[in-house]
Design a protein around this ligand. Structure first.
Ligand code: SAH
Length: 256
């Protein structure tokens, strides 16, 4: 039987672990199964399952899980891809760029929140390099006081603005510019997070990081393999740790 392609295409109420409102076995005929209608309601259930999977995979920061549960990822991708929005997969957002998978977004933001200066009063100002479609900026806006996000491609910068407008996130500042230069006007930052990877860390990022702040970015090694890099700025200098392998689009210079 052909499945209806409508969103969310992948809910199967018969599966174990399907959303809780599945009809009880032997329910009377007039008790209708909650057939999906209206993206809002349905996406809440699918998003809740995504959050459960993130928690099961080791994301433990409540603030991150809550933010990921709140921001509707399907609104940041093309309608044709909306039914994949809550799967753990990266998706194309145009101009050869991609939105990172939810597990990577959650992992990087959780690491960012580990910044020393975020421990007492929560996360202050954050700089994101690579706005893309604006999804990660929206998640960041729920876990930090201010988000400055820089995108070098005008078309994506504008797309992100369109996606974010209805959310009215007053603490997100969209900047068209070359993120390799950071964004000095908002510095110093408690956190810097890059969604594109080069083979060296731009000096501006380390300069614009506050003491007690943390940078999380992909960085390519000599073999071209990108690894997740965490840099903490302490009073004694920079402390760096290299974590798991990752796969991000390349960091490029200039505006296009
Ligand atoms: N965080 C984004 C992911 C976007 S992909 C999201 O949630 O959708 C990474 C983005 O980094 C791309 O849009 C790419 O154009 C951008 N990028 C690459 N180099 C850049 C630079 N030097 N400055 C700003 N943005 C850059």
């Amino acid at each position: 039987m052909q499945r209806r392609p409508g969103f969310p295409a992948r809910i199967d109420w018969r599966q174990p672990g399907a959303p809780t409102a599945a009809p009880p076995v032997g329910a009377r005929r007039e008790v209708q199964p909650p057939t999906p209608h209206g993206v809002g309601l349905d996406s809440a259930a699918v998003r809740a399952r995504m959050v459960q999977r993130l928690a099961a995979s080791g994301i433990s920061a409540g603030a991150v899980l809550q933010a990921m549960g709140m921001i509707e990822r399907h609104r940041f991708v093309d309608t044709a891809l909306a039914n994949q929005a809550y799967e753990d997969t990266s998706l194309p957002i145009g101009l050869g760029q991609t939105i990172s998978k939810p597990s990577v977004v959650a992992r990087m933001i959780e690491l960012l929140l580990g910044a020393e200066c975020a421990r007492g009063n929560g996360m202050g100002r954050v700089l994101e390099i690579g706005t893309g479609c604006g999804y990660q900026a929206a998640v960041l806006s729920r876990v930090s006081r201010e988000v400055y996000t820089v995108e070098r491609l005008r078309a994506l910068h504008e797309k992100a603005r369109d996606h974010l407008r209805p959310l009215r996130l007053a603490n997100v500042h969209l900047i068209l510019g070359d993120g390799m230069l950071g964004y000095p006007s908002g510095a110093p930052y408690a956190g810097i997070i890059a969604a594109a990877g080069g083979d060296s860390l731009p000096a501006a990022w380390c300069e614009q990081l506050a003491v007690g702040g943390r940078l999380v970015a992909p960085l390519a090694g000599a073999d071209g393999q990108q690894m997740l890099l965490v840099v903490d700025k302490t009073a004694q200098g920079l402390k760096q740790g290299i974590l798991e392998a990752v796969h991000f689009v390349p960091l490029k210079s200039g505006i296009a």
